[in-house]
Design a protein around this ligand. Structure first.
Ligand SMILES: Cc1ncc(COP(=O)(O)O)c(C=O)c1O
Length: 525
C-alpha cells in the first residue's frame, strides 16, 4: 500500500517509521534534569545534583595539538607527510580562553554532544550540505550512528533495502534482532533505481511481510564496489522514496548545480569528501568564504540536500578525514529522529568522549583551521588519494591486466577498487548447475563461488597478499523478491576482489605484483 500523499512543505510526519523500541524509549530522567538545569534562567545556580567529579580533580589542565598548517601551501597533506610543511599549535585549556574548555568539556553531559562541538559541526554541515531544518546528533563514528539508526526503525520481521554488495559491518548488526536485508541490483554506477522500484512494486505483503521502509545506501565511493551514484539516480531514488514512503539512511546540498551534472556518471558518506577527478580551477581563492563556496561547488549534491520531507538521515564521520580512532561522527536528521537518538544515547553509550569533541571544536574554531582550513585539508586529501588510486591503476595495468585474467574499475571516490576476475577462463570453471539446483532464481549455476574462495586462499597462502572476496559483501537473495526471468544469481556474480588504495606505493606495488603472479598460477591449474 502506498503511503498517503505527504505535505512536504513542513516536512512529513514520519513517526510511523519508528520501531516499537524507539517509541517505548523514554528520556533518561537524570539527563532530563541536566537539560532543565542548562536552561535555567538563574545565573548563580548551585548544583548539588550530579555525581560529577569537580574539575579541580581532573589530572590535566592543558592539551597541546601539533597539526599541519593548512594556509602556507596548496597541498598541506603532502607537506605534512614529507615533513616539509609548517606546523600549527592549538591548545585546549582548563582555565584560559579557548573554544571549548576542559572545564566545560569533561563533566557529564547530554547525549547529542557538547554544544560548542555541535555548533561547529552544524556550521560545517550547513555550509556544505545546506540541509533543510535538520539537527546534528554526535556519534562515536559511523558504525555507532548507523547501528543506532537501524534500531530506531527496525522491527523483528522487517526487511531493509541496500546495495546487493554492501558493507557487512553495518548490515550484520540488525540481523540479530530480526531485520532481514533485500539487496538491490547494482551496476558500475551503483544501485539501479528501476530495480529498487521493481522490488517495491512486486513486494507481496501476504508472503513476505511488511513492505521495506528503510533504504541504507553508501552513495559515494561505495564500500565495497567503489561506485558513485549520479545526480540523476539520486533524484530518481529520492522520488521513489517519496512514493513508497522510504527512510533513506545515507552513509556518508547544495541546491547548486554540480559542475558535472550534465553527465550521468558523476561521483558525492564516510567517503563523501574523498572525490576525484574534480576539475581544478587555475587559482585557489584566498578569501575564506570564496574558498568554501568553491570547494562545495565541486562536491556532488547529497540526498540530505534534496530532502524536503525529513526522510533522509545522513551519517558522517571523521574516521576517513582525520583518523578512525577519533571515534567521532554525526547524524544529520529531522528533529523527531534527533530527539529519539538522543534518548537512546542518554540511556546507552552516552555522548562521544570529550577529547575528540575538544579537538574538533578547536580545529574548526578561531585558533585552529576554521571551517575554511578544514576544507583546504579535505581538498588536499582528495589529491593524495587520487594519486594513490592512479598509482594502483597504473601498476594494475602492468602487472594484472596483462595476464588477461582480471580488470579493474576506476572509482571516482572512496578508498576501494573492485577487481573483476574472469573465472570463466579457468580450466575448472563449471557452467550449468541449474538442473541440479531445481531452477531456483537464486541458486548458483556455476562454481564461481568455489573458485573465488580458492583464489582468496591461494593468494594469501602462496603469494602472501590479501583481498576481500566479493562473497563477503553479497546480500543473500530470496526467490520471493528476485525476478526470475533472465536473472543471474548473485552467487554467480561474486567474481570480484576488493582492494584498497589507502596504503603506501610500496604496499600497492607489491600487492599488484603478487596478484598478477597469483592469477597466472591459479589459472594454469
Ligand atoms: C561504508 C562504511 N560505513 C561505515 C564505516 C565505519 O565508519 P566509522 O569508523 O566512522 O565507524 C566504514 C568504514 O570503513 C564504511 O566503509
Amino acid at each position: 500500500m502506498k503511503h498517503p500523499q505527504i505535505d512536504t512543505n513542513e516536512g512529513a510526519d514520519l513517526s510511523h517509521h519508528l520501531s516499537t523500541e524507539a517509541r517505548d524509549r523514554v528520556a533518561n530522567p537524570l539527563k532530563d534534569i541536566l537539560r532543565v538545569i542548562s536552561e535555567s534562567p538563574v545565573t548563580d545556580l548551585i548544583s548539588m545534583a550530579n555525581g560529577d567529579p569537580h574539575h579541580s580533580l581532573y589530572p590535566f589542565r592543558q592539551i597541546m595539538y601539533e597539526v599541519p598548517s593548512v594556509q602556507d601551501t596548496s597541498d598541506p597533506v603532502t607537506s605534512w607527510r614529507n615533513n616539509s610543511g609548517l606546523a600549527q599549535i592549538i591548545h585546549s585549556y582548563k582555565d584560559e580562553e579557548c573554544a571549548l574548555s576542559i572545564r566545560d568539556a569533561f563533566p557529564y553531559t547530554r547525549a547529542a554532544g557538547l554544544k560548542q562541538c555541535r555548533d561547529v559541526i552544524t556550521n560545517f554541515t550547513n555550509l556544505i550540505f545546506t540541509p533543510p531544518n535538520h539537527h546534528v546528533t554526535l556519534t562515536l563514528g559511523n558504525s555507532d550512528g548507523i547501528t543506532k539508526v537501524f534500531r530506531l526503525f527496525g522491527e523483528k520481521g522487517d526487511h531493509f533495502l541496500t546495495d546487493e554488495f554492501s558493507f557487512p559491518s553495518m548490515t550484520n548488526s540488525p540481523l540479530a534482532y530480526g531485520v532481514k536485508w533485500v539487496g538491490i541490483k547494482m551496476d558500475s554506477g551503483g544501485i539501479i533505481p528501476e530495480e529498487l522500484e521493481k522490488v517495491l512494486i512486486k513486494w507481496d505483503e501476504a508472503k513476505s511481510g511488511r513492505r521495506p521502509h528503510v533504504l541504507y545506501i553508501i552513495p559515494v565511493g561505495q564500500n565495497p564496489t567503489g561506485s558513485t551514484l549520479s545526480v540523476d539516480r539520486r533524484k530518481k531514488i529520492y522520488a521513489i522514496a517519496q512514493t513508497w514512503d522510504l527512510i533513506i539512511i545515507e552513509d556518508g546540498k547544495s541546491t547548486q548545480r554540480h559542475p558535472r551534472t550534465s553527465s550521468d556518471t558523476l561521483p558525492a558518506d564516510p567517503y563523501y569528501f574523498l572525490q576525484y577527478d574534480i576539475p581544478q580551477t587555475n587559482s585557489t581563492p584566498a578569501d575564506p568564504d570564496e574558498f568554501i563556496k568553491n570547494f562545495r561547488s565541486t562536491l556532488i549534491p547529497t540526498f540530505l540536500s534534496m530532502d524536503v520531507d525529513g526522510r533522509v538521515l545522513r551519517i558522517d564521520t571523521f574516521s576517513k578525514v582525520l583518523a578512525p580512532g577519533m571515534r567521532l561522527g554525526w547524524i544529520t536528521s529531522n528533529e523527531l529522529f534527533h530527539l529519539k537518538l538522543a534518548d537512546y544515547t542518554d540511556s546507552s553509550t552516552q555522548p562521544p568522549h570529550a577529547f575528540g569533541q575538544m579537538f574538533v571544536t578547536e580545529m574548526l574554531s578561531e585558533h585552529g583551521w576554521k571551517t575554511e582550513g578544514f576544507c583546504r585539508w579535505l581538498k588536499s586529501l582528495c589529491m593524495d588519494y587520487q594519486r594513490r588510486r592512479d598509482f594502483l591503476l597504473d601498476v594494475f595495468k602492468r602487472e594484472v591486466e596483462s595476464t588477461g585474467y582480471a580488470s579493474v574499475n576506476c572509482p571516482q571516490a572512496g578508498m576501494f577498487v573492485w577487481i573483476e576476475v574472469f573465472f570463466e577462463k579457468h580450466p575448472r570453471f563449471v557452467r550449468g548447475w541449474e538442473s541440479e539446483s531445481g531452477g531456483s532464481p537464486v541458486v548458483a549455476r556455476t562454481n564461481t563461488g568455489q573458485l573465488l574462495e580458492e583464489l582468496f586462499e591461494r593468494l594469501m597462502n602462496t603469494q602472501g597478499v590479501v583481498f576481500i572476496p566479493s562473497s563477503t559483501f553479497a546480500i543473500p537473495e530470496n526467490p520471493l523478491w528476485v525476478e526470475s526471468d533472465g536473472h543471474v544469481p548473485l552467487s554467480d556474480r561474486t567474481r570480484f576482489l576488493r582492494a584498497t588504495f589507502g596504503g603506501t606505493e610500496d604496499i600497492i606495488e607489491k600487492g599488484m605484483i603478487r596478484l598478477g603472479k597469483g592469477l597466472r598460477e591459479f589459472f594454469q591449474n
